[in-house]
Design a protein around this ligand. Structure first.
Ligand SMILES: Cc1cc2nc3c(=O)[nH]c(=O)nc-3n(C[C@H](O)[C@H](O)[C@H](O)COP(=O)(O)OP(=O)(O)OC[C@H]3O[C@@H](n4cnc5c(N)ncnc54)[C@H](O)[C@@H]3O)c2cc1C
Length: 377
């Protein structure tokens, strides 16, 4: 049986970036994706415009992730900062733009262009991406790993699990990576919906369905005291209440495991409203999963498991989640690159080529190809 350096399981945001990073280092790599096409969730990001990151410093980003996620992500975010992410995309033919709220998008504002960039890069770097390859089992062998998919078995020295969380399962992320992690001795923190709306008493919605309040301040109250604050949009939906201020509040509720809480909405015009949600919307409809492979069991400097040598994790399979605004894709991309850099080091590879410094001029041409992604009109 042939053996490769690295098998990446999952062709989502983290797995695709990891594949490209492995190509940059010259690692013999195979990316396995269960769906017929990769990046199903990536295509949905930012209403298909793909909010890639937030244009803030890495230190500020660490702070915004909060405890315990921020400190865990710090080495990954410092190794591949929001600024580096933008330069990486530009260097590969897709310039980015900064929009309201510091949100960064591809200049074409098409998630499809982000996916095309990844698959083009994988092809140009001879990194194999095998779609319709549902990995069924992952075993540790004497010198590496054996990965069993539906129709084949492959072996590698290293494995990177990038199978995502458990929200939006139709996109392919159903929790397989967490199950293999458990079998290999890891703890999986309980799943909770992150970045979801709230179900509320119909009286709250009465006469207001469809109403959008653009700039509100939300305090999550426990016994009348604020335990967290968010800002953004408040929307009255058919099923309850949502919008960025509310979905970010749901992440606070999940992270703090709150059961009895209220939401105080300040419309910033002298008016306020207090809501007692019935519950957060279900995890399948949440944008991210709170919970996953326990952070204490992963070396945050390398993203290698402390329980199973040679096994690495990246993206939402970990107990990692962030607020709305590009934080979750940044986390997926940064952890992917740190994990691959760590594997590369073990394989005797030099690090990544430095990225060109930020330039006000147009993006440099794509490396080694004529890639240039433009909105099709
Ligand atoms: C509607 C929506 C909008 C969002 N918008 C944004 C946004 O604009 N900005 C932002 O930062 N974040 C956004 N997010 C969150 C972001 O999409 C995720 O955090 C990110 O995709 C996580 O990347 P990942 O690679 O870890 O997981 P995923 O993208 O879920 O990828 C995991 C991949 O692994 C594959 N896989 C799973 N099991 C197996 C198996 N057994 N064998 C082979 N392959 C397998 C899956 O098919 C999938 O392709 C959004 C999420 C949703 C649902």
């Amino acid at each position: 049986m042939s053996k490769t350096d690295l098998i990446i399981i999952g062709g989502g945001a983290a797995g695709l970036m990891a594949g490209c990073a492995a190509g940059e280092l010259g690692l013999k790599t195979l990316v396995l994706e269960r769906k017929a096409k990769p990046g199903r969730k990536l295509l949905m990001c930012g209403n298909s415009r793909c909010n890639l990151t937030t244009n803030i410093s890495d230190d500020r980003m660490v702070q915004m992730f909060g405890n315990p996620v921020g400190p865990f992500l710090e080495p990954a975010l410092k190794a591949f900062t929001p600024s580096m992410l933008q330069r990486w995309f530009a260097a590969n033919g897709l310039k980015t733009v900064v929009k309201a709220g510091n949100k960064v998008y591809p200049h074409t504002e098409r998630a499809a262009d982000v996916l095309a960039l990844f698959t083009d890069l994988l092809r140009d770097q001879n990194i194999s991406l095998a779609c319709s390859s549902v990995v069924q089992a992952l075993e540790k062998t004497k010198n590496g790993f054996r990965v069993t998919a539906d129709n084949f078995v492959v072996e590698s020295s290293y494995v990177l699990i990038a199978t995502g969380g458990i929200s939006y399962p139709k996109t392919g992320s159903v929790g397989d990576g967490q199950e293999w992690a458990k079998m290999l001795g890891h703890t999986v923190s309980p799943y909770r919906p992150g970045l979801a709306g709230f179900e509320v008493d119909p009286q709250v919605m009465k006469g207001r369905i469809g109403k959008i309040y653009e700039k509100v301040l939300v305090d999550v109250l426990v016994n009348g005291t604020s335990v967290g604050q968010t800002r953004g949009v408040y929307e009255i939906e058919k099923w309850g209440v949502g919008g960025t201020a509310l979905t970010d509040a749901s992440r606070i509720v999940a992270r703090k495991n709150l059961k009895d809480y209220r939401l105080l909405i300040d419309f910033q015009n002298g008016k306020t409203e207090e809501i007692r949600p019935i519950k957060t919307r279900g995890i399948k409809e949440a944008m991210v999963t709170v919970g996953g492979v326990a952070l204490g069991e992963i070396n945050f400097q390398t993203l290698e498991s402390k329980k199973c040598r040679g096994l690495y994790f990246a993206g939402e399979v970990l107990d990692v989640d962030g607020p709305t605004g590009g934080y979750n894709l940044q986390a997926a991309f940064s952890t992917a690159r740190l994990a691959v850099a760590s594997i590369g080091k073990r394989c005797g590879k030099k690090g990544f080529q430095p990225l060109e410094k930020e330039s006000k001029k147009s993006a440099p041409p794509a490396r080694g190809s004529k890639r240039n992604y433009r909105r099709k009109r």
